[in-house]
Design a protein around this ligand. Structure first.
Ligand code: HEM
Length: 552
């Protein structure tokens, strides 16, 4: 067991050298991305030339076209292609960059050169699954993503490592290696399932109480019910339980003020990022606008709050090392690692920051879709009844998770239709041919993953919510990448899927989601979200309907 002394040393900020424990083999963690069968095939097919189509030696390969003839969006000094963005998305351009990019690809073609005010060099936007594949095949073993300049600036100023999300190169690999095994493989992600059971049961009571307070029409499912804050509180509670092994009290009748402050800070950080990044650097560096001040203030609060929570966990683990098994942080500390206290802090901040809003927003959207597609909802509920039982208090456990088939399709389809991260980035690790153009190593590529996932080229009737489409075997493997791809794929993917499964399993045994309109508008502030509250209506299921299929 890890000694209490070592743990208390960690909590005081010393460097962890070799955390050797009896019974635990001290192996470094290899990064593998065997995420799902289809991804495994894709990844190996990319790497293994023997799997490529046979080449006819008499045919000469077409000569790639030069980089400079790639269509180019008009650009001006300092402001880059901003004028063109405004032309394409005149209203609220700063929060519609993803949509402007979609329109840019429709106007100039699926590969286009763009200049952004916040970037020193031109970037290449691709909005085609084959081209996305070509880019990702050239990402190399340590893929590099663009980081957010304000985040980098802030962390350097505070002497905190850039962290898992924003670090690049060997420093990223070191962090990713340390966290990969405790969180990424489904088998390990699923071990956190029982831990979030109580919070998930509790949030159902919060919803029912909320409906009752809102009045008889809300309780009858006839009135819209605001779920944003409740879903965020649950998501925060679940992530904190998983990452730090702590119940925060975000769902209590009198929620822990710390939890509410965290939610507010995460929200402020997310909504200010887009507008701040459109400002020239000297403006945000000197905090010359209220958005810039709010942005840095939010980062500070997230860091302080996570630091406080982490201290509690480390003290607790120092007192009772048996608790190491229960949380992600404990699991990380059980391995042979050279992570410092600052590394742990930046990792915990990143996991919280990347894990709260993403999961909550995806769930809000999934609930809206299930309300609008009652047949899908009924089929899903029946699968849940068959696997977990009709008793709404029966707990989900890890053994149930592998049995869901339709629920997996529902989540695949919901995340295809609503990519909370609608654009991804990569720097090419080598010279590559993308869309027939020769693109030099180091070029920054923007992957318009949302545009691709909504393209009729890859999905018949793409705006229809059709989970059954995922039974087909011929879906382009790079057409829907809501969690990214390769060694840099979302490290929280399996945890997030497990969390969303738990939420839906509890929700659909307690409530019927009633039809409500589709969200009118979406905005993009680092994450994609609805411009207003997500339209949702719920009705508690009565005992009769809980016995079998329901209809609206
Ligand atoms: C529906 C929920 C989620 C979605 C759609 C999502 C999506 C993504 C995407 C697209 C990326 C970039 C991947 C790439 O570049 O290839 C990413 C990275 C990341 N996500 Fe998630 N995510 C979700 C939930 C979570 C959760 C719950 C956590 C933590 C518990 C998390 C932690 C991270 C981290 C740390 C990274 C950076 C990984 C790295 O660069 O090595 N995410 N996520």
């Amino acid at each position: 067991m890890m000694s209490a002394r070592l743990l208390s040393t960690i909590s005081r900020g010393a460097r962890i050298t070799v955390a050797r424990m009896s019974g635990v083999r001290s192996t470094r963690v290899a990064i593998r991305t065997k995420a799902t069968a289809d991804e495994t095939i894709t990844a190996s097919a990319c790497a293994d030339p023997s799997m490529a189509a046979p080449v006819d030696p008499t045919m000469t390969a077409p000569v790639p076209k030069s980089f400079v003839v790639i269509p180019r969006a008009p650009s001006h000094p300092v402001i880059g292609s901003l004028v063109e963005f405004i032309r394409l998305e005149p209203k609220n351009t700063g929060q519609k960059i993803n949509s402007a990019m979609k329109k840019l690809a429709a106007k100039y073609g699926p590969i286009v050169r763009v200049s952004l005010p916040s970037l020193p060099t031109e970037v290449v936007l691709v909005a085609d699954a084959d081209m996305v594949a070509e880019v990702l095949r050239a990402e190399g073993p340590i893929p590099r993503r663009r980081n957010t300049p304000t985040w980098e600036y802030y962390r350097k100023e505070k002497n905190v490592p850039l962290g898992l999300v924003f670090e690049n190169g060997d420093d990223w690999k070191r962090l990713r290696s340390a966290v990969q095994t405790p969180i990424f493989p489904p088998k390990n992600a699923h071990t956190y399932c029982p831990a979030i059971g109580p919070a998930t049961a509790q949030v159902m009571n919060v919803i029912e109480d909320g409906l009752r307070c809102a009045g008889p029409r809300a309780l009858a499912g006839e009135e819209l019910f605001a779920m944003e804050e409740i879903t965020m509180r649950w998501s925060l509670e679940a992530v904190t339980t998983i990452i730090l092994g702590q119940r925060l009290g975000a769902l209590d009748v009198e929620p822990n003020p710390l939890a509410l402050e965290m939610i507010r800070a995460v929200y402020a950080q997310v909504v200010t990022t887009g507008p701040v990044l459109l400002m020239p650097e000297f403006v945000w560096r000197n905090r010359l606008t209220s958005a810039a001040r709010e942005h840095f203030d939010a980062m500070q609060r997230i860091m302080d709050l996570t630091n406080k929570l982490m201290d509690t966990t480390l003290d607790e683990l120092a007192r009772d090392p048996a608790k190491l098994q229960g949380s992600f942080l404990g699991q990380v500390l059980q391995r042979d690692t050279t992570l410092t206290r600052r590394d742990l802090l930046s990792t915990a901040v990143d996991l919280m920051l990347a894990g709260i809003d993403t999961t909550a927003r995806t769930l809000l959207n999934t609930m809206n879709l299930l309300g609008r597609y009652p047949d899908v909802q009924t089929k899903l509920r029946n699968e849940i009844y068959a696997i977990v039982g009709t008793d709404p208090n029966a707990q989900l456990d890890a053994s149930h998770l592998a049995k869901f088939k339709y629920l997996k399709n529902v989540l695949k389809e919901a995340t295809r239709m609503f990519l909370v991260v609608p654009i991804n980035t990569r720097f090419l690790a080598r010279d590559a041919i993308v869309g027939g153009y020769a693109i030099p190593q180091g070029t920054q590529m923007l992957l318009a993953t949302e545009a691709v996932a909504h393209s009729p080229k890859y999905f018949v009737d793409p705006e229809t919510f059709n989970p059954d489409r995922w039974d087909a075997k011929d879906i382009h493997p790079f057409a829907a990448l809501p969690f990214g791809f390769g060694p840099r794929m979302c490290v929280g993917r399996r945890v997030s899927e497990m969390e969303m499964t738990a939420f839906l399993v509890h929700l659909l045994r307690r409530f019927e989601i009633m039809p409500a309109p589709a969200p009118e508008d979406f905005i993009y502030n680092v994450l994609l979200s609805t411009a207003g509250p997500m339209p949702l209506k719920f009705r508690p299921l009565d005992a009769k309907s809980a016995k079998g299929t329901t209809t609206s």
